[in-house]
Design a protein around this ligand. Structure first.
Ligand code: ADP
Ligand code: MG
Length: 248
């Protein structure tokens, strides 16, 4: 007789399920990094075209190179918390990517990793702290304000939308969806702006009418976050909760 297929969460109380749905762990962070790497590979040429219009045509190549190195190093580490993985990603980015994006994204990942510390699992609030630390890091290094036509124009509204969703009773899923939507809106809103930071600022008024490459790659990262969280939740609840696979 075949063994009965266990539905690990079947006996959980609604509260236990709600709690489990809020958890982010290292596996989810890995899923996110993997999704970012795949999207950067797919969008490499598009990002480079955007940078060709108002920069030096290397943003897609830079990001793809950096994330290929990140995935190689992350893949070689078996036991690590989400925070440790993000710190590794940040160090790798700083050492393999030049230009503006290398130190900026490197700092963002490092700061997010620092904020998460060595927590094995964390909830939506700590994820908000990590996003905030990333934005502060990017602004400390690059001194860009919203409206300067940079990655800050996607990161700032994404963070605000995520925070608002949490404050108004939203779930982790709705918060990351809201963040992705707001990032995309911020990205599109860079088109009419004149760049005041980075290489694009050298063009002055000629930078108007083009979408910022860095705001575009930041939006890609939020889209990857949404996808990773949703995929992780469906795995957690449909395929068997990881917390329960080897125990009662
Ligand atoms: P580089 O401009 O050195 O060639 P990239 O092309 O990889 O580097 O990255 C360009 C992106 O970096 C821009 O589209 C912009 O979003 C971002 N950027 C540039 N300078 C800054 C800054 N000071 N603060 C925040 N983001 C910046
Ligand atoms: Mg460039």
């Amino acid at each position: 007789m075949p063994a009965a297929v266990a539905v690990p969460w079947a006996g959980w109380s609604p509260r236990a399920r709600r709690e489990a749905a809020r958890i982010v762990d290292a596996a989810c962070v890995r899923l996110w990094l993997t999704e970012v790497a795949a999207r950067l590979a797919a969008e490499r040429d598009f990002l480079t075209q955007l940078d060709a219009a108002i920069g030096d045509a290397d943003h897609g190549v830079n990001m793809h190179r950096g994330f290929t190195a990140v995935m190689a190093r992350v893949g070689a580490v078996e036991e690590a918390t989400g925070g440790q993985l993000l710190k590794l990603a940040g160090r790798t980015f700083v050492s393999t990517v030049g230009g503006a994006a290398g130190p900026l994204y490197g700092t963002a990942f490092l700061q997010a990793g620092e904020a998460l510390g060595d927590a094995e699992r964390f909830g939506p609030k700590l994820l908000l702290d990590a996003m905030r630390a990333s934005l502060e890091g990017v602004q400390r290094v690059g001194a860009a304000a919203p409206g300067d036509k940079t990655m800050v124009d996607a990161l700032t509204p994404a963070l605000s939308a995520y925070e608002l969703e949490l404050r108004t009773g939203g779930s982790l899923e709705t918060a990351v969806s809201g963040a992705r939507e707001a990032a995309a809106e911020g990205m599109r809103a860079t088109i009419p702006l004149q760049a005041r930071k980075g290489r694009a600022s050298y063009l002055g008024p000629r930078s108007v009418g083009h979408q910022d490459p860095g705001a575009t790659s930041t939006t890609l990262m939020f889209a990857a976050l949404e996808q990773a969280v949703l995929a992780d939740r469906s795995q957690r609840f449909a395929g068997g909760a990881r917390r329960r696979v080897s125990g009662p």
